[in-house]
Design a protein around this ligand. Sequence first.
Ligand code: ADP
Ligand code: MG
Length: 443
Amino acid sequence: MKNSEIWKKTKEWLISSDLVEPNIYDEYIKVANLEELCEEEKVIVVKSELSKWYLENLAEPIKNNISDNVGKDIKLTVLTKEEFEKEKEIKSIVSLKKERLLVSGYTFENFITGSSNINALNAAKSVIENLGTKWNPLFIYGDSGLGKTHLLKAISNEVSKENVGLNIKYFTSSDFRKNILDSLMDGFKEIEMTKTKMNDIDVILIDDIQFLANSGKTNEIFFNIFNSFVENNKQIVLSSDKFPEQLNGFDKRMVSRFSQGLSVKIEKLDNETSLNIIEYKCKIANINLSSESKKYISSFFGTDVRKIEGIINKIEFYFIQNKHKPGELIDVDYISKILEDYSFAPGGEITVQKIKDVVSQYYGVNIKSIDSSIRVQNVVKARHVAMYLTGELLKKNYSEIGLAFGGKDHTTVLNAFNKINKFLKEDKLFRSALKKIKKDIVS
Ligand code: ADP
Ligand code: MG
């Protein structure tokens, strides 16, 4: 039943009851509305404090009447329009947080894919469908921050969802080593117990096995466990930062066992995947980045999802601190401010060459003249802007910049920075020109 219908019924009932004087009803109750925060939480929205006062006194019988009409117990509050709007906002933030909690686990669904990682995801899915029989071990490798742990945990979650009763165990390599070392210290009985415990596992996942290199006795036991898993068609999933053959500190027999199943690499993210991940993480964080901002982040951090998450957390934090309205658009300037104190390696997309290209085009000067010593006004301006942006966007120091601009010394660069800073302070038009140039560079 619609709230308007429910309210109509309740009002009819109120008129016919002797709970309220007709003149009070006409003036204060008839004009109120029934709304809801959720199905069980109804709100009478009133137009004045006096109306609120009258209705609060009637809240109990009204609540009972509505509960009877809808066939279930409801909660009822009386709020002014402003109070109701505020409550609604709080409610939506709370439900968003809940939603975020739900998606914060490691799943296949929240693993965003593109050409760099689709093979790894498909391999993970396929292993689940053929546990222990098809590809054993599954060996996932790639640089840090690209989702290896995410995939291992997603496999573990997915397997346990679909195979209740299976004993699935995820180990970081240090947990794994500690488990084995502890038992070695405690003597023969403990070793046997550890072996039995390992035998009870049906699916074992060990993360970052490069850290197990050179660990002597642990390795030997690992090798035994490994073999018995394979023999018994129990699935093993391993991750590492390197391809098996490049792992040092394991003996040859082991290395060849690692690659006997299926080895898949997670490659460095391509631009599109990195943008998709940024898009997705922003959606979860409820922040609205302009498309330049996304490209900007991607160009600096695009190769490492962990860094992307870090920067998005930072933006979210600033955003809440500065009490911005939800949904407010965040532009490149805002982000570069946040990133000012961030030390990062220059990203793949932005290069000194690109900066020179965009700047020389903007000022209509020949790109070669930027590196020259020509003192024509426009060229000087373009040169200074390009130097300044190289410092800002690529975090290079004065000497490095000088070198990249035809071998100028660092005082020349310092001079350029001083000039640009002065313009930025005094000249509004210049500020917006710089903003536009920056946008063109990062897009
Ligand atoms: P690794 O183990 O390779 O160092 P992680 O699995 O710990 O990397 O990933 C770092 C963070 O980035 C994690 O929070 C993870 O959920 C997230 N992440 C990595 N790849 C993706 C992806 N493709 N889609 C969504 N989130 C990802
Ligand atoms: Mg990891």
